[in-house]
Design a protein. Structure first.
Lengths: 908, 385
């Protein structure tokens, strides 16, 4: 038998019941699903009929409740399961993670000041904003912040590295470029490089793309990284060497550099062995200068070296030089292989060995290493990937007059970046689709032409793309003096010993364990193009991270830490798009086409700071909290913990009180009122937030369309209530709250005219009728009996026009107001059906608690031991809710008293 | 039926006297004194005589704009229909438009002895069959042609286009040579005796024809057969509006059209839209034609504005004002053509444009066309009309 009680719902009814029970000696668990108790009353400006300030009379109760030694407030929590019976209920309460430690947070608000994410405030009914880390309102109890993590933003979900994209975009929008850089640099090395060459899968998933165009995420990353390179003043300090072990990395491409970067920061000694005379892998020798200036790459690789990574150039690892065995002999404890995929595929057609036939990869490498290459006057490039485009655009810049790309499928199947294809076309490169070479023609051993054949697309092949099939008899010849082949890449695995036990796939790539990237040979790990075949830079970086963690775990003889379960990805349907207008994406300034072909100057010029900030502001903040961690930096109480998890709490209680209050009926489907269509038609609760001094307009009654203070306001009653097609019942409070709001409008601006359109005026409570009489006599309020059926918009100034019949005269009229307030129907709280099923109680058809015996046990639900009070029970105002709260406390005491020994003994 | 029965059947007793109906009613907007609510109030107060002899009783368009919005679920159009039956038996008939020509014709047709030559418009290009399982209901189109000669179109062109479409789809429907008026206008002006006669004669002819399906191009005939005839006679057939038939053909049989570049808007007739809930099939058909851009008017679907006259009764300046509002709305969409699926609506719109020359007023000229004419012109392989 428990003398504890569970109260569900921290509104005024729940607070009253809790205090009454606590004063009687019960221990109360008050569970509230929002971050603060207070409920709807906290949202009101004043209460009728006394026009008391709602918060002034509520706050003392909230504090009394929170500080009562017999009450435990479990805010931001929900009831998950309920079992048992009166006297002995077992309840599981889900405590949702605040990501802020309740025992440490002092409610100072420094965090919210620096949070870059603005979201619509629920407390202000969407009329104002709050930050992702927030308190719902100033007087929130508990006075503790909460971080709103809605889910995983689709950009982060799409990024192979899981970069906190929303985070750095949010920081850019605030002008915090250095902070943005540091956030990026935690997960992505070489950000200025990556920002230039990444295939940006994030942009394809960006939800803004479903509104207008996706954010220019890669361009923003580039801007931040360039800014950092231009303005950095501190030197990068070497990472402390805390571990004895040394790791060898073969290949200084992005995979190897990432693994090295991570391992050196973990305290290991790292040496990279690079076969070529320059570091960077494909970044250095594959990507042309006009896309990625060598200077940028060089500086960013220098930054990694400054951490303490040793890079040995001209040091191939392989059969004829340093072997893997040699590395073990030299004392390396683990090896990471990141040799990339630098072997170009052959076309296997006659004439491939003529002079003037190049392979794209080696062609680009030679150019990038500074060798003189003069490819030819008229060139054909065979292939449709980025290498083909790079080779074509490079050849143009080396002086070739005519460059044609020949690709065997159609444009839609072309794997190259769309932007690259477009730029190639701008530069005058012709692309022939559905064409494949059959033979290279030669004269005196030199290329003189290429015979090709037309293709058509058949059924899809293993890659999912439609297979090209040659069309019989469609051969034709093109006139070229050089051919560049760029049809495929694979890793050069010559470094592997003859008798190696390395498992190699049929495609010629290294086979590794998916989680640890361990090869079939102990202590050797691999990642990047060497494993994936030709893939992307960011996938290589992701592999580098994964390998570093695996190597670290291996060297410490520990398990690889399990990966975090990510929150569900946010889709466009989850986002409140109100107020978002379509805006185009920022356009990357580029070198004029005429200027491009004369040299290898970078074509994309980069965004300015103003452009970057404007673009960053387009972000929809899909994930809520962006993960930028600025809050953590300023919290002096060290209360922030982004890794917090949800927890379950098991309670044993004797009785349960349901006090979950109400929500607002969705009236946007009632098209006749124009809500959502006409800006100056708002709901009563939205208006309440406007009149509140703590509201989004600080109590200024600014109407939505133009901020004008209306001098002529209309209220429409029974919107969605007393309506067989919506909610047939009366919501109980609207006649009075409309009167109150009209009175407040006058008090804010004496002389304001208010007109209330009603059917019946329900003023049944104590002193309510007198309140209405005063409203008519002293506050310039007119009541018109007539239920409007239509609201139009006046063409001139945003004024709504109300059509109604004055039922006292029978005349149909049009009434123009400056602001229209709809008294919308109130319904039981969202989620009540689910909660009722957890509690095992029945609801009536509108969602109010089913009360079997309304006359003699008016608070008893269909399950003994569970009682309902407040609006969850039935429509009622604040005083009546308080009364029912106390009654519920009394009823709980009555129901459980007989079973509590101390009560039976002598009474209270 | 007496007043009490009517109140029960139409749920008028739920009325809250809120006046929402009046505020939505298009007539009330132009005639502030017109109040649907007050008529219900009279009924509830038992003021049968006042109601029966109220001239305004015949002004209601029975368009049903009030019905989806009435919070008490009162079936106002049905209330009016039943009240008019009592009024009619008390000698009240409303003001018949066009000197009562149409009402007289309908009553003439109700005489079982009358033989008609109502298929003269049917020329050789159209294939019909006495053996078909499908009956095409022509309606009063052959009578409207001479009466509304001044409006610049032939109502029988709607029947012709419908037949062309059906023929194109391989259907040679039956046409009843002695089809009687469905009785819609007669029913809605309260003459139940005549209506019963018409219904019985039509039902007998259909029974004898042994058809399984009747296709309508007129929503008023369609509504009458579907909702009103069952109270009097039995029609054991599937009933369909041609837009529903075409919409099915597009979805199931892959019916495709030639390109036709046109910007159009669509007017939901009251009987097809609010009365029968058929909003999407005509839109689907219109948008299935490549090149057509369909722009909705501000008041569409359930909120569609009536064309302004019902049952050729009490057609007055308010009717005209409502019609002009609708035409202006159509023009405001920027469309070149106003498409509708009701011959009556088309007649009324054209009347407003033709008779506009008498007054100075806003420009309301717009091409009006029935959906079937739009479709017939877009049939693959067919030459344009």
């Amino acid at each position: 038998m428990s003398n504890s009680v569970l109260v569900i719902g921290g509104g005024i009814a729940g607070i009253q019941a809790s205090i009454d029970l606590a004063n009687m000696g019960f221990h109360v668990y008050l569970v509230e699903n929002s971050p603060s108790i207070g409920g709807r009353m906290a949202q009101l400006d004043k209460t009728f009929p006394t026009n008391d300030c709602a918060m002034c009379i509520l706050a003392p109760k909230m504090i009394e409740c929170y500080r009562h030694r017999n009450i435990t407030v479990l805010s931001y929590s929900e009831v998950a399961t309920v079992e048992g019976e009166l006297g002995n209920f077992e309840v599981d309460v889900l405590r949702k993670p605040r990501y802020v430690d309740e025992t440490k947070c002092t409610g100072c608000g420094e965090c919210a000041q620096v949070c870059p994410v603005e979201l619509k405030s629920e407390f202000d009914q969407g009329m104002g904003n709050r930050k992702a880390i927030y308190k719902p309102f100033a007087q929130a109890i508990p006075n503790i912040y909460v971080i709103d993590k809605k889910g995983t933003a689709p950009c982060k979900a799409a990024c192979p590295v899981g970069l906190d994209i929303q985070g750095y975009v949010a920081l850019i929008s605030q002008g915090k470029f250095k902070e943005a850089f540091h956030l990026i640099r935690q997960k992505v090395i070489l950000p200025a490089t990556v920002g230039r060459v990444c295939t940006h899968p994030c942009e394809a998933e960006c939800n803004r793309g479903k509104v207008d165009e996706p954010l220019a995420i890669a361009a923003l990353k580039r801007f931040v990284a360039d800014y950092e390179l231009d303005t950095r003043t501190e030197e990068i300090a070497p990472a402390p060497r805390t571990r004895d072990e040394r790791v060898a990395v073969v290949g200084s491409g992005p995979a190897g550099l990432t693994a090295a970067n991570d391992l050196v920061l973990m305290g290991y000694g790292v040496t990279i062995f690079e076969a070529l005379p320059v570091p960077g892998g494909m970044l250095a020798v594959g990507i042309p200068e006009y896309r990625l200036p060598k200077e940028i790459l060089k500086r960013e690789i220098e930054d990694i070296k400054k951490l303490g990574v040793e890079i040995r150039l001209n040091s191939p690892v392989g059969k004829n030089s340093l072997t893997l065995d040699d590395l073990w002999q030299e004392g390396y404890k683990a090896i990471f292989i990141g040799v990339g995929a630098h072997k170009s595929a052959n076309l296997d057609i006659p004439g491939e060995d003529f002079e003037g036939v190049y392979h794209g990869i080696s062609f680009l490498r030679d150019v990038n290493l500074g060798k003189k290459v003069a490819p030819g006057e008229k060139i054909a490039v065979v292939g449709g990937g980025n290498v083909a485009i790079d080779a074509a655009r490079t050849a143009l810049r080396l002086g070739s007059r005519e460059v044609t790309i020949v690709y065997r499928r159609s444009r839609r199947e072309m794997p190259a970046n769309e932007e690259e294809i477009v730029e190639a076309e701008h530069e005058g490169i012709k692309i022939q689709y559905l064409v494949t070479p059959v033979r290279i023609l030669g004269e005196d051993g030199r290329v003189s032409g290429m015979e090709c054949i037309q293709m058509e697309l058949g059924a899809p092949d293993a890659s999912g793309r439609r297979r090209p099939i040659a069309i019989e008899g469609s051969q034709f010849t093109i006139d070229v003096d050089a051919v560049i082949l760029a049809i495929g890449q694979s890793p050069d695995l010559a470094l592997l010993p003859e008798d190696s036990k390395f498992q190699v796939s049929p495609r010629g790539t290294l086979v590794v364990d998916g989680k640890s990237l361990a090869t079939s040979v102990p202590r050797v790990f691999a990642g990047g193009d060497a494993v994936l075949g030709p893939a992307t830079v960011v996938q290589a970086i992701a592999a580098g991270h994964r390998a570093a963690i695996a190597i670290d775990s291996y060297l410490k003889d520990e398990m690889i830490p399990p990966e975090q379960e990510p929150l569900p990805t946010i889709t466009i349907e989850d986002i409140d798009l109100r107020g978002k207008e379509r805006r185009s994406r920022v356009a990357m300034p580029t070198l004029a086409p005429e200027e491009r072909l004369t040299d290898f100057r970078e074509v994309n010029l980069g965004l300015s700071a103003e452009m970057a900030i404007e673009e960053a502001k387009r972000c929809l903040n899909c994930g809520g909290c962006s993960g930028c961690r600025e809050c953590e930096k300023v919290c002096q109480a060290k209360a922030i913990n982004h890794e917090m998890k949800e927890e379950f709490l098991r309670l044993n209680v004797g009785a349960i009180i349901l006090a979950t209050g109400f929500d607002f009926y969705d009236i946007s489907k009632l098209g006749e009122y124009g809500y959502g269509r006409i800006a100056n038609v708002i709901t009563a609760i939205e208006y309440e937030r406007l009149t509140s001094a703590s509201g989004p307009t600080y109590g200024e009654l600014k109407r939505p369309s133009d901020g004008k203070i209306p001098s002529n306001i209309a209220f429409i009653q029974c919107v969605g209530s007393r309506d067989f097609k919506n909610m047939p019942y009366c919501s109980s409070v609207c006649c009075m709250h409309a009167t109150k709001e009209a009175i407040l409008a006058y008090e804010h601006h004496p002389g304001t005219k208010s007109t209330i359109f009603y059917i019946d005026l329900r003023a049944a409570g104590k002193r309510f009728q007198e309140y209405v009489t005063r409203a008519k006599e002293e506050y310039n309020i007119t009541y018109i009996r007539g239920r409007p059926g239509r609201i139009d918009l006046s063409t001139a100034d945003g004024n709504p026009i109300i059509w109604y019949e004055d039922t006292t005269t029978g005349e149909t009229k049009a009434f123009e107001a400056e602001l229209v307030i709809l008294s919308q129907a109130l319904v039981p709280s969202k989620g009540i059906e689910e909660l009722a099923s957890i509690l095992g109680i029945s609801l009536d058809k509108y969602g109010f608690a089913e009360i079997p015996d309304k006359l003699f046990s008016p608070l008893d639900t269909t399950r003994l031991g569970i009682f309902a009070c407040g609006y969850a029970h039935s429509p009622r105002d604040i005083p009546d809710s308080v009364v029912q709260g106390s009654s519920a406390a009394g009823r709980v005491a009555e129901a459980t008293a007989a079973k509590i020994p101390s009560f039976v003994a002598g009474g209270v | 039926m007496n007043l009490d029965d009517i109140i029960k059947e139409t749920k008028t007793f739920y009325c809250l006297e809120c006046g929402k109906c009046s505020s939505i009613c298009p007539i009330s907007r132009y005639d502030p004194a017109y109040s649907p609510r007050l008529m219900v109030e009279d009924a509830l107060l038992g003021l049968e005589d006042d109601l029966v002899h109220n001239k305004e009783l015949f002004s209601c368009l029975t368009c049903g704009a009030c019905q989806p919005k009435c919070p008490s679920d009162v079936n106002y159009p049905l209330f009016i229909q039943k009240m008019r039956a009592i009024a009619s038996s008390n000698g009240e008939h409303g003001e018949c438009a066009h000197s009562g020509t149409i009402q007289s014709l309908i009553r003439l047709m109700s005489n079982p002895g009358v033989e008609q030559r109502r298929l003269e418009w049917l020329s050789n290009g159209y294939r019909t069959s006495d053996q078909s399982e499908v009956l095409f209901w022509v309606g009063c189109a052959p009578y409207f042609d001479p009466i509304f000669e001044d409006l610049g179109f032939k109502v029988t062109d709607i029947a012709k286009a419908s037949l062309r479409i059906l023929n194109f789809l391989g259907i040679e429907p039956m046409l009843l040579p002695n089809e009687k008026c469905c009785g819609h206008d007669i029913l809605w002006t309260g003459d139940l005796d005549t209506f019963k006669k018409l219904a019985e004669q039509n039902a007998a002819m259909i029974r004898e024809a042994g058809v399984e399906k009747i296709i309508f191009s007129c929503p008023e005939c369609y509504r009458t057969f579907k909702e009103d005839y069952p109270n009097y006679v039995e029609i054991d057939c599937e009933l369909q509006h041609i837009s529903e038939f075409l919409s099915e053909a597009i979805e199931k049989d892959g019916l495709r059209f030639k390109e036709s570049k046109k910007k159009v808007t669509y007017h939901d007739p009251c009987r097809l839209g609010r009365h029968l809930g058929v909003y999407e099939p005509p839109r689907k058909v219109i948008q299935a034609i490549p090149g057509i851009e369909l722009v909705e008017m501000e008041q569409s679907r359930e909120e569609s504005l009536c064309c302004g006259t019902s049952a050729f009764t009490n057609c007055d300046s308010y009717s005209k004002q409502i019609r002009v509002e609708r035409l202006l709305e159509a023009k405001a969409t920027g469309a070149d053509t106003l498409i509708t699926t009701c011959p009556k609506c088309q007649i009324h719109f054209r009347c407003a444009m033709v008779n506009k020359a008498e007054e100075k007023g806003p420009d309301i000229e717009i091409e009006v066309m029935d959906m079937v004419n739009l479709v017939a012109n877009a049939l693959e392989g067919e030459s344009n009309e």
